[in-house]
Design a protein around this ligand. Structure first.
Ligand code: SF4
Length: 211
């Protein structure tokens, strides 16, 4: 295994990810910041594929906050049931839409503080919207990115907040948005929670696994 510094390893990993995933299409289908926000809320503990099957049905009824508040929580829940956690998600979607209408002129706000004040929107969801809808550098850390950062030895795996800080420290700001997606693609293709194969892996076969 190569002995390299943390920075050298991070730079090399970014290079490998760039070679593997030169394009970084956004996995959740959406038309604008609002439909992305709703899709991200729906994606909690659900696959992007499932969300992409359900959002066209929901957006056919309401693809903006003004139409969404005309639906009841039960209407929304009925449509989004296959995504799981539908009681909480339907309340969040109706509630955040109401707040957008009442406080933001129907627009999705472009600040972490305002986004995180919306029902059902935590820091990770706000980071995805800031990054993918508004192009603001952010590093949304989900459980998969958290796991990979720990396995690569780029963070100690204490919690997602610490992982976010560690990844932001080791990668240049102008690469965060792209890297977040590349790490997600890599995790899906090579690095499952269980049953990874070090010898087949383009990253740990070079640098070693930190677990
Ligand atoms: S060897 Fe395992 S832990 Fe390391 S990147 Fe590959 S799949 Fe992930």
């Amino acid at each position: 295994m190569k002995q390299v510094s943390l920075q050298e390893k991070a730079t090399a990993i970014a290079g490998i990810l760039d070679a593997l995933y030169p394009e970084t299409p956004i996995p959740l289908r959406h038309e604008d910041a609002y439909t992305l926000l709703v899709a991200v809320v729906l994606s909690a503990q659900c696959t992007d594929e499932r969300v992409n099957q359900i959002t066209p049905l929901l957006f056919a009824r309401a693809d903006n906050p003004y139409d969404m508040v005309k639906l009841t929580v039960d209407d929304i829940r009925e449509i989004i049931k296959p995504c799981g956690l539908s009681p909480a998600k339907s309340k969040a979607i109706r509630g955040l839409s109401q707040l957008l209408v009442e406080q933001h002129g129907g627009q999705v706000p472009q600040s972490f503080e305002e986004l995180e004040a919306l029902p059902g929107v935590g820091h990770k969801t706000a980071s995805v919207v800031m990054s993918q809808a508004f192009g603001v550098p952010a590093f949304p850390v989900d459980t998969h990115i958290h796991r990979l950062a720990a396995r690569w030895g780029l963070s100690d795996g204490k919690n997602v907040e610490k992982t976010e800080r560690d990844l932001k420290a080791v990668f240049p700001e102008n690469t965060w948005n792209k890297l977040h997606l590349q790490i997600i693609y890599f995790g899906r293709q090579y690095c499952p929670a269980r049953g990874h194969k070090v010898e087949n892996c383009p990253i740990c076969s070079v640098f070693g696994v930190a677990e």
